[in-house]
Design a protein around this ligand. Structure first.
Ligand code: NAD
Ligand code: MG
Length: 393
């Protein structure tokens, strides 16, 4: 029996995790579910998973949560606030933490799980983008197990040799990590058309059903840029080891190319329950509810290169990755603020990259050796992004 805490249970990844867990009541027990503001959804999920704790991170939502919980069949204890998120990650009973809060808010509870030596299923890519080396050092220092849930990184993980040693790319005969991306819903639009797209259009991804922030990031390919940085830290890669390939059908979820000419790809229907199930059951396999891939229905199977003109955010991420930890922290922070402003219709879709570039270029790089410094740099970048947004809108 594996005991699991799900951070961000009310989100797209959280709900898919519960779906997989509910298929295997003999293998998994839920210790805690966390949510921020969607109280009715959180308590409804608690009713079907029977956790020991339900955590509401937004303190303003506590009164409502108390009331909804008291009227439900759920016997869970209600906890509130950010410190409670950390507590349900490091509790002795917990084996595994699904890190599926969106954005920088996921950093501290994920680090709490790492420092408690848990098995961490990482969906929250932003925490690794922000804290990179410090995060990986903590995984090693505290003996945590880190398994990638992001579909591309889960695919790479499946295509690497089982005995892969961190950073030993050449020693394993690997020539390239091919990170695939669909190109999002606007792949056919030109620059002028892009400036007029709405949040509703950006959130309607052709292949994946995801939360709002990652949907906008997928449309701008910021998501692929964050994943570039994520891949670097997860597998100990250099920028030259990673190549981004556009593959609009999202059937291949990423590939590893070897020196002998072999390319190993991981394929499947675009459904996050596959990487979630693999993370939960690793190194075994369990059923996930995902339909098997039917090759007879796959019409197109195409690949191309993403250009800088069309996808500036991807290239800003690659540039930040080269500059180092503070650059990736402030780019991530700027992007969170810019995406939020786009969703509130304060700036246009193409303004997101302008905000990101300005913040990346105006704040100087500095050496980051602690989570505290990272959070300070994140706050500085958010303030700068807000200034840029006020000037634009
Ligand atoms: P979502 O928006 O659907 O859900 C986000 C979750 O985070 C919710 O449970 C919400 O309550 C919680 N949350 C939001 N703000 C919070 C805060 N300030 N404090 C605490 N909790 C907060 O997002 P999602 O699509 O499920 O994505 C979650 C993470 O997984 C993101 O980092 C995303 O990049 C990553 N991811 C998602 C997918 C996907 O298919 N959805 C795929 C790969 C990676
Ligand atoms: Mg992904």
């Amino acid at each position: 029996m594996q005991t699991v805490t799900i951070l961000g249970a009310t989100g797209s990844i959280g709900v898919n995790t519960i779906d997989v867990i509910n298929r295997h009541p003999d293998k998994f027990r839920v210790f805690a579910l966390t949510g921020h503001r969607q109280i009715d959804k959180l308590i409804a999920l608690a009713e079907v998973t029977n956790p020991r704790y339900v955590v509401v991170s937004d303190e303003d939502a506590f009164a409502k949560a108390k009331q909804v919980l008291s009227k439900s069949n759920c016997k869970a204890e209600l906890l509130v606030g950010n410190e409670a998120l950390n507590d349900v990650c490091r509790a002795a009973e917990v084996d595994t933490v699904m890190s599926a809060i969106v954005g920088a808010a996921g950093l501290l509870p994920t680090m709490a799980a790492v420092k408690a030596g848990k098995t961490v299923l990482l969906a929250n890519k932003e925490s690794l983008v922000m804290s990179g080396e410090i995060f990986i050092d903590a995984v090693n220092e505290f003996g945590a197990s880190l398994l990638p849930i992001d579909s591309e990184h889960n695919a790479i993980f499946q295509c690497l040799p089982r005995d892969y040693q961190y950073g030993k790319v050449a020693e394993h005969g690997i020539s390239k990590i091919l990170l695939t991306g669909s190109g999002g819903p606007f792949i056919g639009l030109n620059a002028e058309e892009l400036s007029e797209v709405t949040p509703e259009q950006a959130c309607a991804h052709p292949n994946w059903d995801m939360g709002q922030k990652i949907s906008v990031d997928s449309a701008s390919m910021m998501n692929k840029g964050l994943e570039f940085i994520e891949a670097k830290w997860l597998f100990g890669l250099k920028e030259k080891d990673i190549e981004v390939v556009l593959h609009p059908q999202s059937t291949i979820h990423s590939m590893v190319q070897y020196l002998d000419g072999s390319v190993i790809a991981q394929m499947g229907n675009p459904d996050m329950r596959t990487p979630i199930a693999y993370g939960l059951s690793y190194p075994k396999r369990i059923s996930s509810g995902v339909e098997p891939l039917d090759f007879s229905t796959l019409k197109d199977f195409t690949f191309s290169q993403p250009t800088k003109e069309k996808y500036p955010n991807l290239y800003l991420c690659i540039e930040a990755c080269k500059q180092g930890q503070s650059a990736t922290t402030r780019l991530n922070a700027a992007n969170e603020v810019a995406v939020d402003a786009f969703l509130r219709k304060e700036i246009t879709f193409t303004d997101i990259a302008k905000v990101n570039q300005t913040v990346l270029e105006t704040i100087p790089c500095s050496k980051m050796t602690s989570i505290q410094q990272i959070l300070e740099h994140d706050a500085l970048a958010r303030a700068s992004a807000n200034t840029v947004i006020r000037a634009l809108s």
